[in-house]
Design a binder for this molecule. Sequence first.
Ligand SMILES: O=C[C@H](O)[C@@H](O)CC(=O)C(=O)O
Ligand SMILES: [Zn+2]
Length: 279
Amino acid sequence: MNIIEERFAVHVDDYKHYDTDKLRKHFLIEKIFAANEVLFTYTHYERIMVGGAMPVDKKVPLEPVYQQKADFFLERRELGAINVGGAGAITVDGERYEIASKEALYIGRGAKEVVFESNDAGNPAKFYMNSAPAHRTCPIKKVGMSDAKVLEMGSSDTCNERKINQLLISGVVETCQLQMGMTELQPGSIWNTMPVHTHSRRMEAYFYFNIPEEQAVCHFMGPADETRHIWVGNEQAIVSPPWSMHSGVGTANYTFIWGMAGENLDYTDMDFHKPHTLK
Ligand SMILES: O=C[C@H](O)[C@@H](O)CC(=O)C(=O)O
Ligand SMILES: [Zn+2]
C-alpha cells in the first residue's frame, strides 16, 4: 500500500516568518523508507512526488494514490528510482530489471504494473524515487554509475570537493521534465552545492543518505539574502521551492540524491550566489 502525505507550496513572504517547527513541517520529509511499504510525499511544487520503496521479504507494488485520481500510478507521470540499499529488482509490465546499489531506473509514462523486490531480506533494496507529471512516454532505461555524466566540482581547500553523478539527465536518458543524480562528497569535504545557486524555473528535492550514526547535515534554504537552516538526519529529504537555494554542510561524510522538475532540462542554467553575498 502506498502511504501518502500532501504538501502545499509555500510563498517566500510567508517563509520569512517560520520558526523551526514550521520550516521542518513544510520542507523536511522525515520518513522515506518503511519495511515492505511504498511511502510518498505529494508536493505541489511541479506536483513532484518524493518517496521510497523498501521491499524486504515480499514484493511491493507501486499503487496510485488518492491525489492522482488515476487508474495506475504512471498513467500521467514519469518516475526515477535510485537504489541506495542492497541489490534488488524492479519489474515493469512483466520485464524485470536488476538494480544494484547506486543504479537507477527511469520508467516513462504509461507503465501499468511496477513491482519492487529485494534479492536479500537481510540487506534490502531501498529505492529512492521522484515522480513528476509527464505529457508523453519516454522509454524505460536502466542507468548505472558508469553511464552517468560526471562533474568533478569544488576543491579540498574550500571543503567542497565532490563528484556530481548525473544519472537521469539529458544525453543519458530521455525524460519529460525529471532530472536526477547522486553527488558524492570526497573524504574531508563537507559542503555540497557551494557556491549556492537558485533556479526559479525548477523546483528541487535533496535526499541525504550515508550519514554516519549520530551525525547530521545542516541544510540551507531560502533566497540568498534571507537564509534559514534545517538539520537533516540520515535518509531524510528536503523539498526546495523554486525561490530557494539548496545547499548543505555535514558534520561527517555523506552522499545525496538531487532531483528536479520544471521548465526545462538545462542543468547548467542556474543563477549563482557567491558566499560573501549571503545573508
Ligand atoms: O541544480 C543542481 C543541483 O542543485 C545539484 O546537482 C547540485 C549538486 O549536487 C552540488 O553542487 O553538489
Ligand atoms: Zn539546484
